[in-house]
Design a protein around this ligand. Structure first.
Ligand code: PLP
Length: 462
């Protein structure tokens, strides 16, 4: 045994501080300031049930963020545990390469085709949303090669969009903080305006601004030459960018533009998919005709990692005509992940959870968060289904933000945590995306604690 292994084996870790010390010594965190973690320690989540989490000190939190927008069914669903355990025993792993498949993958693809827009009936599986978008990148270029238009290479994304953290995913996304690290975006990716009316709409009405933001795509296509443009990628509602709900005029105009120039439409459903908007997919909510839909997160309610790309029939036919598609992952459609995702989708169907988001808890959630709009710190409250955002501003009339943008959002997030509520902040926008199984009582808790966090933040800033 090495010295390191002997030390680890003899260490009986019990207290939060001990855990934190060991974590800071050996675990480098994603999307975190690791220097801060070394100084302050991290939060340690130990268990969860329904919509609540408990940390290593036994403190309870309402998880208004469903993990990372993913635990759609809430925590502790025994059917998912059993599905995993049974599949582990029967076939813990096999791959999908070289004309092979497994039964949970076949059944899962069938279930996804059933709930997807009617012209989309084939699924390519990946391990995550980022891998799904890397797959999109390669599929789109392959598609145009097969169509004898190899010069169509450029994929257009949006400023402040989010499509994952791999090189292709971060390039397709439009997050300046990510582009700064690692010389991104890679060649062949361009970005256009986002439909963020509250932040960028100025004096325009939402309708006018929605059309203007969409037309930035048309201008970009013209500037690049439409024969060079392969696809446009966007989230139905930007999630990580701040739950940005596009004005009603936006998506119809985008749909017109992609059709006019014969450009593929990729609708990233990683957050909006599997019921978040009150429809199975955001594409159905906005009546879109995607050629590709990357999916992940709610596909398995986050219980195990799995993602995929849902393809329009014409796209899948073209790709199939092209012979071998030289792309795939060891864990594409991992059978245990697929079995859990299958059970997850079946529960969402059986318990009519998507319908409940549309007709019952979604409208109640929207009504409840709207009551926070009068708070002196709040500039706008917006949302769809079980997605919500609260803009924190210094001046509600002029929409002026506090100096050092992001610090107010972080303060409010920390105040919420103190009160036992998990919210997320992007800049000074507070975001909510609770499990789809949230009930009336949870909703009361959510609003009371959010109000308290806003009050405390407001008093600190005065
Ligand atoms: N696409 C969108 C819209 C996302 O929100 C995310 C993650 O938040 C991703 C892609 C990346 O997914 P993953 O983190 O599973 O790689």
């Amino acid at each position: 045994m090495t010295i390191k292994a002997a030390t680890a084996a003899n260490t009986s870790v019990t207290t939060t501080q001990q855990w934190q010390r060991m974590d800071a010594q050996h675990h480098f965190h994603p999307f975190s300031n690791n220097a801060d973690i070394r100084a302050e320690g991290s939060r340690i989540i130990e268990r969860a049930e329904g919509c609540h989490l408990w940390d290593s000190d036994g403190k309870q939190y309402l998880d208004a963020f469903a993990g990372l927008w993913c635990v759609n069914l809430g925590y502790g669903r025994q059917e998912l545990v059993q599905a995993a355990s049974q599949q582990m025993q029967q076939l813990p792993y096999y791959n999908l390469f070289f004309k092979t498949t497994t039964t949970p993958v076949i059944e899962l693809a069938h279930e996804i085709a059933d709930i997807a827009p009617s012209h989309m009936n084939q699924v390519f599986f990946t391990g995550s949303g980022s891998e799904a978008n890397d797959t999109v990148f390669r599929m789109v270029r392959r598609y145009w090669d097969i169509q004898n238009q190899p010069e169509r290479k450029i994929i257009i994304g949006r400023k402040n969009g989010y499509h994952g953290s791999t090189v292709a995913g971060a390039s397709l996304g439009g997050m300046p903080g990510m582009h700064k690290q690692g010389d991104l975006p890679i060649a062949g990716v361009e970005h256009v305006d986002q439909p963020y009316w509250y932040g960028e709409g100025g004096d325009l009405t939402p309708h006018e601004f929605g059309v203007r933001a969409a037309r930035s795509l048309e201008e970009k296509i013209k500037a690049l030459g439409s024969h060079k443009v392969a696809a446009f990628i966007a989230e139905p509602i930007q999630g990580a960018g701040g739950v940005i709900i596009p004005p009603d005029s936006y998506w119809p105009e985008i749909q017109r533009i992609v059709k006019k120039y014969g450009i593929l439409l990729v609708v990233d459903e990683v957050i909006c998919g599997f019921g978040r908007t009150g429809e199975w997919f955001g594409s159905q909510y906005y009546h879109l005709q995607p050629d590709l839909m990357p999916i992940a997160k709610g596909l398995s309610s986050g219980y195990l990692p799995i993602g995929g790309v849902v393809m329009a029939d014409h796209f899948a036919e073209t790709l199939a005509k092209g012979g071998d598609f030289n792309h795939g992952y060891t864990y594409s459609g991992h059978p245990v992940c697929a079995a859990v995702a299958l059970e997850n989708v079946r529960i969402l169907k059986r318990e009519r959870i998507v319908e409940r988001v549309k007709d019952d808890i979604g409208p109640k959630f929207q009504q409840a968060i709207a009551t926070l709009a009068d708070h002196p710190l709040v500039g706008e409250v917006r949302g769809v289904g079980l997605l919500g955002a609260i803009e924190l501003v210094k001046d509600r009339t002029t929409r002026l933000r506090y100096p050092d943008e992001g610090s107010t959002g972080t303060l409010c997030r920390d105040m919420a945590l103190q009160d036992g509520l998990v919210l997320r902040a992007t800049g000074d926008t507070m975001m909510m995306s609770p499990p789809l199984v949230i009930n009336d009582q949870h909703l009361d808790e959510l609003i009371t604690k959010t109000k308290s966090a806003l009050d405390k933040t407001w008093h600190r800033l005065k």
